[in-house]
Structures are given as C-alpha cells and as structure tokens.
Ligand binder design. Sequence first.
Ligand SMILES: Cc1ncc(COP(=O)(O)O)c(C=O)c1O
Length: 411
Amino acid sequence: MSSSPYHPHTVAPRVTRISHVVENLPPSGIRAFFDLVMSMDDVISLGVGEPDFVTPWRIREASIFAIEKGYTSYTSNRGMPELLREISSWLARSYDLHYNPSQHIIITVGVSEALDLAMRAIINPGDEVIVPEPAYVSYAPTVALAGGIPVSLPTWHVPGFKITPDALDQRISSRTRAVVINYPANPTGTSYSRAELEALAAVIRKHDLLLLSDEVYDQLSYDAPHIPIATLPGMYDRTLYFNGFSKAYAMTGYRLGFACGPEPIISAMIKIHQYTMLCAPIISQMAAIEALRNATPDVREMVAEYNRRRRFIVHALNLAGLPCHLPEGAFYAFPSIAPTGMDGVTFATRLLQEERVAVVPGTAFGPGGSSFIRIAYAASFDNLREAARRITRFVARHAPHAVSPSTALAS
Ligand SMILES: Cc1ncc(COP(=O)(O)O)c(C=O)c1O
C-alpha cells in the first residue's frame, strides 16, 4: 500500500471536464522551459523578465510601516483614494496626461489583472483583437479567455520589430474591436518615436478603434523620452493606458498595476474586479504611494545600470555572431540565432545543457519566433559578462563561421 496521504482521483471524466477555451490554450512557453532550468544547478538565468534588484528600501519600509500602523483591511474597489490621486498627479507631471482619480483610473493586481479586466470588459463573442507579434505572452490568451479572437500582426522581419501603419491597416477587419500595443516592448525592447506613434494613431482613428497601450516599461527608456500614445491628438478618448509598479520600481511581488481611460470602460472593469479580486492589496497600495512620491532617484539608478548592461550585452551578442538590434527600452535583447542554423528551442536547450545559460526561445512570443531568443539582461554585470563568454563559446563551437573575426582573434 502507498504511504501517500493523498487519494487518487477516480471520478468520471464528466466531473473533471475542462472548458474548451481553457483546454485549447497553449501553456506558457516560458514556464515549461523554466521548469527544466529549475531542475539544474549552477545556471546563469537570463530568462525570467523581472528585475534582479530588490525593491528599493524606502518602498519596503513603507510597506512595513503600513502593517505596523494596522493597514490590513480591504480598500475601495477602485483603489485607495490617496494612491489614485498620486497616480493621477504622477501622470500629469511626467507626461502632461490627465486622468480624474475618481473616474478614469482603476488600481489592479498587476498589469496582468488590468489586461484581463479590459479584455473581459470590451469583448463580445467573436470580436477580434489585433496582437502584434512578437508579443508578451498574456495578450492572446486573455483575448481568447474573454471569448474574443486574437489576430496576430507579425513584425518578425521588420527592422526593430516595429508595427508599420500599412501592416496594421491590413489586419483590421469589420470585426476588429481593439488593437494592443506595448512599448518599450517585451520581448524586443522596441519603442516608438512620436512620428511613428502618430502614423499608427492615424490608422487607429481612421478605423474608429480602441487602443490598449501597455506601457509598463515606460520608465525603462534609454535613448529618448517615452511618449504615451494617449497624449497624441485624438487618442485620449480611444486609449486604455496600462502601467504598473513591477518593472521600474522592482516590485513584481507586490502585484500592483493600474489602468486609465474612458470612464465607461473603467467602470465596467471595476464591476468585474469587485466580483473577482475585490481590491488590490492595501499594503502594496501603501508602498506604491511611497514609490510615486519618493522613489524616482532609485529608479534612475536602476535605469542607469540596465542601460550599461544593455550596451554590453547587445555588443557582445553581435560580436558572437548573433545579430541583435539595440533595444530602446525594457530589459530584453532579442537576437537572431539564424546564423547557427538551430531553431530557438534547440538553441536554448543546448545552451542550457552545454553552457548552463538560460534564455527563452523566441517561439514563446509567437509562432513566427523560431529563429530568435530572448535574453533578459536584468542580471548582475558579472553574470552577464560570464554568460556572454559562454554564449560566444557555444556559437563558436556550433557555427564557427558566424562569429565575428575580431571576437575569434580575441578569444
Ligand atoms: C509587457 C508586459 N505587460 C505586463 C506584464 C505583467 O506585469 P505585472 O507584474 O504588472 O502583472 C509584463 C510582465 O512581464 C510585461 O512584460
């Protein structure tokens, strides 16, 4: 007899039947790969998209004080009025973007929840939502879970993986309900100039569409100031703006984000939120107030360090023979591995097994990604340097013709 205290489930299949939509969802490509990583020792992980920094002390201290002072209750569904006001004034002073705290903003459990609420609030069965690819992994599944149809807009072969106005125009149909945009982007780091955003905005306006703009990496912009698309003429009324605390403030575990936009959509999102999450955690909301008020110097320091790493890793990848554009933001590099002749899954699996470096195969971000990998450079400079050495050695071993002659001479 087994000594396990757990009984096997022997119920009939109709009892454990799963919804068709959920059954048909592919599992996240990132998680599957990282189960393998977790089973190995001594791996340098450039895989998971989260800051390697711990949350700045002043923010952690604010959460400790919140507990000490007894802030342990629910908050209003929309979020704490102090934080709503703080978000409103931060957007106004950072971008001259104005939202009324009691009408146009909802505080959520990460941008993840905000995206899910938005999809559920706006989609009727069969509505299409355009998702540019490569894309952050949750856009298409949240569209599908809400009963919509994600329509891929591939940008794999466009320089810098940018959405072009013509390509966007061609994907729009009579069933298109909304378009998703994310910049600086996960997984490519791509961002957009004002002129590029204006050209995309013109297409959105021409077809009278709603835009879902995920700008969670806005403060991680290195070369030019970030421009929220909602600030462009004619876009404020048709943009749902998403942002959060996970990336810039290194607060992934606090699970806090927000969405801003037209009052009817935000109200609909609050309706779903009040029946599901009820509210975002009060301790995280107290910490976020401190982040917005006082943590700009901490953000600046982290951004300067990411920028140093960005320049190093992109240069190293190009020298190693893996062509990589210089990403404008976020903390990802997205090189092509085509010169090695391997696909992304083979490359990532062998690199892990042979050199103990974890990267994410490009197909995690869309089916067209087989000749790319994502490298998250939210890792210490020493680890990045060592990873670059190992990647160079790996490419030289498997595709000696790909490595730049200057690298070959140096090694
Ligand atoms: C583009 C993008 N949007 C949203 C999220 C989710 O962020 P949050 O931690 O706020 O749920 C991520 C996390 O990786 C992301 O990369």
